[in-house]
Write a protein that binds this ligand. Structure first.
Ligand code: JFH
Length: 236
């Protein structure tokens, strides 16, 4: 999989680039490239923003650098330009997008080429989303119902969630099988040594060696936690 990220703060992604790309980079499983949007400006001040038409607070990202960036990144890899199928999946984090879930991560982990566009200020000129739709599949995705200052933190979360689903990427769990036990419940509680810590004991059943009883207890824990913390997962 190829992942391109476009941002005016590319150094935000230094840690992600380092951690995610151990053997994944060397083996070519995951090719993550972070780009500075200002590389696609041509004025002396490398301007990426301007005042909003119609008035209002703050600034809006200009379309021209985004158009040039998307042109270059969309045909550098994805082969077939235009035609909208076979092109990259182009993701713009947005507080007004569909909410990102594990199902979204699973879907995006199957794609050959992802391009993440990180907005800042009050967002990106709307015509960029229309233009991007001619280059690939456009997805506006929200990390959750709260407002960040830009798309970078959302992209880091999404790339981490997607990356760990790709076999061979650092952080990929041994047992995605066990994890994909898709019961839609919260996790059961985990314990490790010592068996008593500051007068607190590990639930004795976990030391019993009775694997059937342990599985049953864990499932009960999952149900109860979900009922208390996330009842929406049981009703919807
Ligand atoms: C982003 C920002 C929009 C204006 C609510 C009503 C009016 C500030 C680019 C994603 C999630 C984001 C996110 C993603 C990209 C950008 C800041 C945008 C408005 C806010 C104000 C710029 C924020 N899940 N949360 N935030 N901003 N809106």
């Amino acid at each position: 999989m190829r992942i391109d990220v476009v941002s005016i703060f590319p150094s935000y992604f230094d840690g992600l680039t380092l951690s995610l790309l151990g053997k994944a980079r060397d083996s070519g499983i995951l090719d993550l490239d972070v780009h500075d949007l200002r590389d696609w400006t041509s004025d002396r001040h490398r301007t990426v923003d301007d005042t909003p038409y119609g008035g209002g607070a703050g600034m809006v990202m200009k379309p021209e650098p985004w158009g040039l960036a998307l042109d270059q990144l969309a045909d550098s890899q994805s082969g077939s330009l235009s035609s909208s199928k076979g092109g990259p999946t182009i993701i713009f984090p947005s507080p007004a997008g569909e909410v990102f879930t594990q199902a979204t991560a699973r879907e995006l982990a199957t794609r050959e080429h992802l391009i993440f566009g990180c907005g800042r200020y009050e967002g990106i000129d709307e015509r960029v989303f229309e233009y991007a739709a001619d280059l690939g599949e456009v997805r506006l995705i929200s990390l959750g119902d709260y407002v960040l200052n830009g798309g970078e933190v959302a992209v880091m979360a999404m790339v981490e969630a997607i990356g760990r689903l790709i076999p061979g990427v650092v952080g990929n769990p041994e047992s995605l099988v066990e994890e994909s036990h898709e019961d839609g419940l919260l996790e059961y509680p985990s314990y490790t040594k010592p068996s008593v810590w500051r007068d607190r004991e590990v639930p004795p059943i976990l030391l019993s060696g009775n694997h059937g009883a342990i599985a049953g207890w864990r499932h009960e824990q999952q149900l109860e936690r979900t009922r208390v913390r996330r009842p929406d997962l049981l009703s919807d």
